[in-house]
Design a protein around this ligand. Structure first.
Ligand code: 5RP
Length: 218
């Protein structure tokens, strides 16, 4: 089964977990696009969605699904989102698509986080995928130097601005063997808006597409 087919299968399995009438959080990326399309094609009628990117919001609206601002909701039953890497503790690296800040906000608002992914995203140790770090533009050089001091190799994502008007540094070779500590440490660096480690708030459940079908990991 191709990675694309695995993503679609995981996305369809996630639709089966959604309750009609609920307000849900929707992440960003190609796997989430499959989820949005599968949700729209299903019998499940949600009340509305809060979207992690303009692209997801546009796709939801294109299917006639109402999109609400995060400030209009106090909590969300569930968030459905992809990941760039996910380990057995369901800690993730996210932000390959640059939507990490809004994804983290929606994850914080959500009672349950269901990650949907193809099998290539499952890793034994986080860190092969460069860690995306969203940075206020004036702090780009300062944060880059801090990443070097921590042993990372930052690279500016050229020609990319986040939905929040910031830049992304993709940081390679940072030791992520203690994801909780690293996420907290990066949260304390001035100028960093969000880092792509989702360890403090990991997923609650992973639906992963494999050649043998969709596996559910909790
Ligand atoms: C976007 C993300 C995505 O969830 C992540 O990049 C996975 O993307 P895809 O589903 O296209 O493989 O974190 O910021």
């Amino acid at each position: 089964m191709s990675a694309e087919a695995q993503k679609r299968a995981a996305a369809e399995a996630a639709v089966a977990t959604i309750q009609s009438g609920s307000i849900i959080g929707v992440g960003s990326g190609s796997t989430v696009n499959h989820f949005i399309d599968a949700l729209a094609a299903s019998d499940t009628q949600i009340e509305a969605a809060v979207a992690a990117s303009e692209a997801s919001a546009e796709r939801l609206r294109g299917h006639g699904i109402e999109v609400r601002d995060a400030n209009q909701v106090t909590e969300l039953a569930v968030m459905i989102d992809g990941a760039d890497e996910i380990n057995r503790h369901l800690q993730m690296i996210k932000g390959g698509g640059g939507a990490l800040t809004r994804e983290k906000i929606i994850a914080a608002l959500s009672h349950q986080f269901i990650c949907i992914a193809d099998a290539s995203k499952q890793v034994t140790a986080l860190g092969d995928f460069p860690l995306p770090v969203e940075v206020i533009p004036m702090a780009r050089s300062y944060v880059g130097r801090q990443m070097l001091k921590l042993g990372g190799h930052p690279e500016l994502r050229e020609g990319f601005t986040t939905d929040n008007g910031n830049v992304i540094l993709d940081v390679r070779r940072l030791d992520l063997s203690e994801p909780l500590h690293r996420e907290q440490q990066l949260n304390n660096i001035a100028g960093i808006v969000t880092n792509g480690l989702f360890a403090l708030r990991p997923a609650d459940e992973l639906l992963v597409g494999t050649d043998d079908g969709v596996e559910r990991v909790t």
